[in-house]
Design a binder for this molecule. Structure first.
Ligand code: F6P
Length: 546
């Protein structure tokens, strides 16, 4: 099998990138009066403006040629049809079925899963309503005031991020999240939670994840100390695929919300894993979230590649990294409510595409797994934007901006918008030495003082970005945004010929953690000398503390 990097489409793009490296994005605008509108794609008011990328029409055509060569449309249809895309685990990637409309038919590995999906959703809705309305009572007969989700990775990032994003709509009990096995997190909560009024949701696809089970057992012990074993059925529910382990833990099977092995952890917030969201904002908002994602799914499956938002986002990322050789991917939502979005996106992108072998197991000879990072604007401007503007490497940015802000504080939103647009313009335009000189002369500088100041104030510019405008940050548009990035990740994997749905790279560390635990127990675990020495230091350090 020859590598995609040896293919005609890839080679053409490579040569084209050599030519475009000599260009300025601003010159592309000068030569094309309609560039801003022609390099914009829209879905239901969501506008992706990619005109500030260093690419022209010919380049876009070549990227679409690469997508066709890689049979992207075929892969999209295969995912939508529920085929076994995750070959190393023999599983489908059925997350689109989780947001399928009632009454629709969607198959996963040949079985219509919609009846099961909607049956679980109905149970989730009913349960959430009972908790929200106060009908569900704790062991002492009191209503539930606090809900704590215990889970990690995909069993935490998604619901935590959506809960945060939709906080303005929260009208249910308070919802908290415990993920870290660092006891500081759960002990901080246990200090003030009322056992009689707290509901614990243990969320784990496997129900064997060490961190989650450790936290779940700590919460269980705490409840039992206060209220005895009989209280567990009123205070613990589980979202999982593993009924046997849930029952072994002592949770009533009637309090289990099921999902399935064809739901990848990082694609799972739409499943039973979304229960904390439902309890926080209610079934109606959760339905809106699903509807927004569904609209993006329908667009992804049916829109032509050249107008397909996830496809465009992914192809532009590939252009920047594989052809222009830029550094990392930065994502900056100008929306405080999207503070947790980056964490969710990092797992999505880096666990999905952090692979260096193709689906057939061949080592890749091109870059994959683009490091993705970011933070909310405008905070991020005061943290890492210096390097985006003047650092030695170019890091393309996705700016995400809701067009409506907080009611009553419209002037805040004006400033937010101004900052967001100013940053992408500054990255593109830069500032030349001549412009700097003129500015400094205006401030009365001259001679050596002026010349020595110039290099520090020059901005090379020509740094690419996308701007994604959302009509507003409500449940519907949030759902669409999340599905957009999910599909972007998948498209990248198709071009790179990797499996986006397994995660073998997390296994070795888990195994070695067991060895370290055995060594801490005094057993010979065959650890390397560095780890043995570190462990000895830690042993001494913890004895000093004691
Ligand atoms: O990080 C590895 C991983 O398997 C993720 O893919 C998953 O989201 C997370 O652990 C949690 O797994 P589980 O839901 O089975 O506890």
């Amino acid at each position: 099998m020859t590598s995609v990097a040896q293919s005609p489409a890839w080679r053409r793009l490579h040569s084209h990138a050599q030519r475009l490296r000599q260009e300025r994005i601003t010159s592309l605008f000068d030569r094309d009066a309609r560039r801003a509108s022609e390099f914009t794609a829209v879905l239901e008011g969501i506008r992706l403006d990619y005109s500030k990328q260093l690419i022209d029409h010919e380049g876009m055509e070549m990227l679409l040629g690469l997508a066709r060569q890689q049979d992207l449309s075929g892969w999209i249809q295969r995912m939508a049809a529920g085929e076994t895309l995750n070959a190393t685990e023999g599983r489908a990637a059925g997350h689109m079925a989780l947001r399928g409309a009632a009454g629709s038919r969607m198959e996963v590995q040949g079985v219509d899963v919609m009846p099961a999906v909607h049956a679980v959703r109905r149970r989730m809705n009913a349960f959430a309503e009972r908790v929200r309305s106060g009908e569900w009572r704790g062991y002492s007969g009191q209503t539930i005031q606090d809900v704590v989700n215990i889970g990690i990775g995909g069993s935490d990032f998604g619901p935590r991020m959506v809960r945060e994003a939709l906080k303005d709509h929260a009208d249910g009990p308070r919802v908290h999240f415990v993920s870290n096995v660092d006891g500081a997190q759960i002990s901080g909560l246990l200090r003030w939670l009322d056992p009689a009024r707290t509901l614990w949701i243990v969320t784990s696809k496997t129900f064997t994840t060490q961190e989650t089970m450790t936290n779940a057992h700590t919460a269980r012990r705490w409840l039992v100390q206060h209220a005895g074993e009989a209280a567990i059925s009123r205070h613990f529910v589980a979202c999982s695929t593993n009924r046997a382990e849930i029952e072994r833990f002592g949770i009533d099977a009637a309090n289990m919300f099921e999902f399935w092995d064809w739901v990848g952890g990082r694609y799972s917030l739409w499943s039973a894993v979304g229960l904390p969201i439902l309890i926080s904002v209610g079934p109606e908002r959760f339905d809106e979230l699903l509807a927004g994602a569904r609209a993006m799914d329908q667009h992804f499956v049916s829109a032509p590649l050249e107008r397909n938002l996830p496809v465009l986002l992914a192809l532009l990322a590939i252009w920047n990294f594989n052809f222009l050789d830029h550094g990392t991917q930065v994502v900056v939502p100008y929306a405080q409510r999207l503070e947790k979005f980056i964490g969710w996106l990092q797992q999505l992108e880096l666990e999905s595409n952090g692979k260096a072998v193709t689906r057939d197991g061949a080592l890749v000879d091109y870059r994959t797994s683009v490091v993705l990072w970011g933070d909310v604007g405008s905070n991020a401007q005061h943290a890492f934007f210096q390097t985006l503007h003047q650092g030695p490497r170019v890091h393309p940015v996705d700016f995400i901006l809701p067009m409506q802000g907080t009611p009553g504080l419209e002037h805040h939103h004006c400033i937010l918008v101004a900052n967001c647009l100013a940053q992408s313009a500054a990255l593109m335009k830069g500032k030349t030495p001549e412009q700097v000189r003129e500015e400094l002369r205006g401030k009365g500088l001259s001679g050596e003082a002026l010349e020595s100041a110039v290099p520090h104030r020059v901005f090379s510019g020509n740094r690419p970005s996308n701007t994604l405008l959302l009509p507003r940050l409500d449940a519907w548009h949030l759902g669409a945004l999340l599905a957009l990035y999910e599909h972007r990740t998948f498209v990248e994997s198709v071009i790179w010929e990797i499996n986006a749905f397994d995660q073998w790279g997390v296994e070795l560390g888990k195994q070695l953690a067991q060895d370290v635990l055995r060594a801490m127990d005094g057993q010979d675990a065959g650890l390397d000398p560095s780890t043995v020495a570190l462990l000895e230091q830690i042993r001494q350090g913890s004895q000093e503390q004691a």
